[in-house]
Design a protein around this ligand. Sequence first.
Ligand code: GDP
Length: 434
Amino acid sequence: MATNVVIGAQWGDEGKGKVVDLYTEFADMVVRFQGGNNAGHTLVVERDGELEKTVLHLIPSGILHEDTRCVIASGVVLDPGVLIEEIEGLRAQGYSVEPDQLVVAENASVIMPYHQTLDVARESDDSQQKIGTTGRGIGPCYEDRVGRRAIFARDLTDEARLRRKIGSNLAEKNQILSSMGADTYETDELVERCLEWGEQLEPFVVDAGRLVDEAVQRDERVLFEGAQGTMLDIGHGTYPYVTSSHTTSGGVCVGAGIAPRDIGGVVGISKAYCTRVGRGPFPTELDNEAGEHLREVGNEFGSTTGRPRRCGWVDVAGLRYAHRVNGFSGLAVTKLDVLSGLDTVKICVGYTDEDGKRYDQPPSDPDLLEALDPVYEELPGWEDDITGVRVLEDLPDAARQFLNRLETLLEVPIVLVSVGPARNETIVVENVYH
Ligand code: GDP
């Protein structure tokens, strides 16, 4: 099976964008299967001798490769305005974005302006639990999908259907919005906005599930690109501080419409340390100099929101759980270079409660997880700049020892190590598309 899934093994921002971009060189098709423009992939690619940075929130990063087909599958929630902006931005940078390179599932749910307004209103309402969402309407859009009120990408060119769906949705949404003191909407203005979006996006909107399946059955090399991370999965993450979609490998089947047997490899991405944005338990979080080192050297500020990320040591107990729910065939360790310059580095191998009871994986109750203390193994650090290293053998002994220990504790082979943001700053241990 020539398909691979790339999954964040932590709380997102693991550097999936770079790994996906690397694998995309070998892939015929790249598919986003969940989430929305709450993801932020930063790609640093050399063009005409200069390093150029591209930030993508919705379009699969495969778009930077001209021959790769990119799919936004039905499991994704789609903000049409953001998609149009990304297409225009890429074109302005000189990339071609044509309908044979990018397709959008006709049954992807559309994020409407009222979803975003509701998201922001809830996050600023003191009577509601704050999740720390990105305020982009992702959660409310998924709610409407489950509530069977979704407006699909294919509806954007159908005025009668838009009028009917928007009219009935607003009857409810406006009441909720006005009760929260937020802006309300008129059917006419939204129908008009949707039709404008529809006109621009129509060439890209197709039966994407069929296309993906055909590629899989032809044994093409398909890459499924996850957004966020395992611990943010709506069903298996630290609820309620989670995203509203399935970020784990099972999400590929429901989000792209392929059978479980069609999933080949599953590559988990983990930083050499750990970060989290927003609220919720984070057992290895550091509030000291080492944490500050990780934030500053790792530039741990959200690429979508600019928010400083919470930083801590790598958590193998958490990764063990991620392996359990995803079934990793390989692990990619990113940002190893960020650990350079620390006297010692730590690996969390489990947790204890106040009675000394040991946990080798996070308990499913996040409140319990919050109360646990991490158990660490401490290893020697290294001083050397490792961004120029391209084979494991050239790493300082301490860095190799760190990687070996991770691999042994997790029992998943390391297939890739990233030592810098650029495409070539990578140690490829094993090519998953061999
Ligand atoms: P994603 O959402 O999982 O793709 O993660 P982000 O794009 O938010 O985070 C990755 C950030 O780290 C980007 O700014 C990358 O350029 C950068 N990055 C990726 N891999 C490495 C690495 O190995 N070392 C360093 N220093 N930066 C990296």
